[in-house]
Ligand binder design. Structure first.
Ligand code: GZL
Length: 341
């Protein structure tokens, strides 16, 4: 019995000393206890990797449309949910303000810079400054015309595909023939450039009896969309069978102009637009808009997932596309309740 007690005592003392030795190097899990008659388990907490709080700079274009506001809400809301320190700037649709914002983020030594470039050109100098400062850039939504080594990835829509979808929908609505007018988005923006290219590619290849008789920018806003549509109606009024608007906000502005002109939007003039914001569903339910091609603005979750991957040293693809559909008047009332933006 005495022998067993001595062995247990020795074993306990050895374990306790081992525990103490470990505790020298790591926060002590257990404090040294007087030897007990049973084996004392000593656990040492593995040192947790320090979960560094991400500091992210985001240079947003502005608040020109319902879509942009939904995108901003997603970027801000997700940052709050994830406890990310977000430095956010609204450039009021001016490139010089976005460039200033990037320089400010560099000075603040943020971990990653996100940006939706208002136009495609004019970014190489400031993107190089970010690269030289060792700060990765992620394009969110729109593209920038820069060498691929100046940004990690683009998360966003395939604007050309949106244009192609819009053209097929317009052709269905017009029975393959008619004169249409086009409200383009911001001149020089990737969204406007590619929605135009995709639309024209399909019309010219498959529907030669559909003619685009007028095309002008409405800068993605309701006010400008209405103003330009008023001019189209003044010059071509009853000769217009269809309107292709690069976003819902311009379409909604144009709807007002068409009604004030004395025609029925969605009937006398068929309307196809892009974004699928709530206002478009309300216009479709009212019979004033025929189709909206979805362009997903809820990019916050994907953006921060990419930021975390970058910080972890993981590789990401050069382009991360959004999943998007097409919404028509016939199902708008059923679709609206589940829409998130
Ligand atoms: C498209 C986005 C466009 C939207 C507009 O991804 O850049 O900008 O279609 C917004 O509503 O103004």
């Amino acid at each position: 019995m005495k022998k067993l007690f001595a062995m247990l005592l020795t074993g306990t003392m050895m374990l306790t000393m081992a525990g103490c030795a470990k505790s020298v190097n790591a926060p002590a899990e257990t404090s040294a206890k007087p030897a007990e008659t049973k084996t004392v388990e000593t656990k040492t907490e593995e040192a947790k990797p320090e979960n560094k709080k991400l500091v992210i700079g985001f240079a947003q274009i502005g608040a020109e449309s319902e879509w942009r506001t939904a995108c901003t809400n997603s970027i801000k809301g997700e940052a709050e949910k994830l406890g990310i320190d977000l430095k956010f700037s609204d450039a009021q649709q001016k490139q010089e303000n976005q460039i200033k914002a990037i320089r400010s983020f560099i000075a603040q030594k943020v971990d990653v810079i996100g940006i939706s470039p208002v136009v495609e050109s004019g970014w190489e100098t400031v993107f190089k400054e970010a690269k030289d400062a060792g700060i990765p850039i992620v394009l969110v939504d729109r593209n920038a015309d820069v060498p691929e080594d100046l940004y990690v990835t683009r998360i966003g829509s395939d604007f050309k595909d949106e244009g192609k979808k819009a053209a097929e929908e317009m052709a269905q609505l017009l029975g393959g023939k008619g004169s249409i007018v086009e409200l383009q988005g911001t001149v020089g923006s990737a969204a406007a450039t590619d929605r135009l290219v995709g639309f024209k590619e399909v019309i010219e290849a498959k529907y030669p009896e559909i003619k685009i008789i007028k095309s002008q920018t409405g800068d993605f806003t309701r006010a400008k969309g209405k103003e330009v549509m008023e001019a189209f109606l003044k010059s071509d009024g009853k000769n217009i069978q269809g309107l292709y608007a690069h976003n819902d906000d311009m379409a909604i502005g144009a709807i007002q102009a068409i009604e004030e002109y004395g025609l029925k939007p969605g009937e006398d003039i068929k309307i196809v637009s892009v974004d699928a914001v709530k206002g478009a569903f309300e216009a479709m339910i009212a019979g004033k808009l025929n189709v909206t091609v979805e362009c997903n603005p809820l990019l916050g979750p994907q953006f921060y997932d990419v930021c975390q991957k970058i910080m972890n040293g993981e590789s990401v693809p050069k382009y991360i596309p959004s999943e998007e559909g097409v919404y028509r008047q016939e199902t708008a009332a059923a679709d609206l309740p589940s829409r998130q933006y």
